[in-house]
Design a binder for this molecule. Structure first.
Ligand SMILES: N[C@@H](CCC(=O)N[C@@H](CS)C(=O)NCC(=O)O)C(=O)O
Length: 344
């Protein structure tokens, strides 16, 4: 053995010892443990986006993104109320996750390649398939986005909306003036005060923002959808157990809809003889245990928030003020693309 090989072996052994003394896996591989010890989930959400994450008159958080947090809390702790919500703007949301200030981010965030590869994060699935659109004043007479050349467009800093906007105008050789805003609130205000002629954002958000304008009917959403915006919960890289837990909680909600398991019928589901239902609700198999949870983890989640379809309808669908049709977010068996791998 050469001197050099010996030295490198000693070095490797020393490093191994250091890791062992430091307590094994990196700090980030401890999210589930930390949540259990703390007794609550730290979830990053939006700052006030109707249907996705906003506070009602009693300061209770509601919305589709909020319900994903609650479902995860119910799956882990058996109680959907055990969530601490941190409202975050677009620019600071990923820092909050990277720094460990939150355990997960559930805030109308688009799954893109660089948000995983460059930011060290992972999207756990798609909670809402969206796309970017444009909102204009009806009086402008515009009926296609191709008439927007030279207009001033409000877009929120640090979003995919800002990037897609520039791409779309460039591809169509239209001059563009961007008015960069910090929050949805600022964006709406600038548009209201006619500092911009157009609002651009994910279409679901345009529905939400339009409702907050003085006379919603005086504004139209143009037909073009210029991008893919798959929105979903995000976690840090390096904690596979936590990634699986968030991912499979979302899939459990979607599978529950497919199997007809609803919050009001969860007790029947617990008595079901259907093997698919039994695996989902934990009366068969050890699927919860494999996640580090109780075997009825998915039953707890569905009891707390309802299945995916119930969450959708209540917050953004036909039972809500937004009234957005299911579209792409219908199950794959109903003409949409929501498709969850099986619990098996
Ligand atoms: N999905 C896009 C856009 C997300 C985004 O932050 N959009 C703004 C436009 S209105 C928003 O939702 N703001 C809500 C808030 O600030 O609470 C992304 O991930 O970059």
């Amino acid at each position: 053995m050469s001197d050099c090989t010996r030295r490198s072996l000693v070095l490797t052994a020393a490093m191994l010892l250091a890791v062992l003394i430091a307590g094994g896996p990196p700090v980030h591989a401890q999210t589930l443990k930390a949540v259990k010890e703390r007794g609550s989930l730290n979830c990053g959400v939006g700052q006030g986006l109707l249907g996705f994450s906003s506070q009602d008159d009693n300061s209770n958080w509601t919305g589709l993104d909020v319900d994903i947090c609650r479902a995860v809390a119910a799956a882990i702790l058996g109680d959907p109320a055990k969530v601490t919500f941190t409202p975050l703007d677009a620019a600071s949301r990923f820092d909050a996750l990277q720094s460990g200030k939150i355990d997960m981010l559930s805030r109308n965030s688009t799954w893109t390649m660089s948000r995983e590869t460059a930011l060290g994060l992972m999207f756990a699935g798609v909670a809402y398939y969206d796309g970017q659109g444009f909102l204009v004043r009806r009086e402008s007479g515009a009926d296609t986005a191709l008439q927007l050349g030279g207009k001033t467009v409000c877009a929120q800093a640090g979003t995919t909306s800002e990037l897609n906007l520039a791409d779309y105008f460039r591809a169509n050789e239209m001059p563009l003036k961007i008015l960069q805003v910090g929050t949805a609130e600022e964006s709406r205000k600038a548009y209201d005060e006619r500092k911009c002629d157009v609002l651009t954002s994910d279409v679901s958000q345009l529905y939400a923002e339009r409702l907050k304008l003085e006379s919603p009917d005086s504004h139209v959403i143009l037909p073009e959808v210029i991008s893919k915006e798959p929105l979903g919960p995000v976690v840090r890289q390096g904690d596979d157990q936590w990634f699986n837990l968030v991912k499979w909680t979302l899939y459990a909600l979607i599978n529950a809809e497919e199997l007809g398991v609803r919050s009001a019928t969860i007790d029947d589901a617990l008595k079901s003889a259907d093997p698919n239902v039994r695996r989902l609700v934990g009366t068969e198999g050890e699927f919860g245990q494999q996640l580090g949870l109780a075997n009825d983890w998915a039953a707890r989640a569905v009891r707390a928030t309802g299945n995916y379809g119930e969450i959708y309808e209540r917050n953004v669908g036909t039972q809500s003020r937004l009234s957005i049709p299911r579209g792409l977010n219908a199950l794959w068996t109903k003409g949409g693309i929501q498709y969850a791998p099986p619990v098996r």
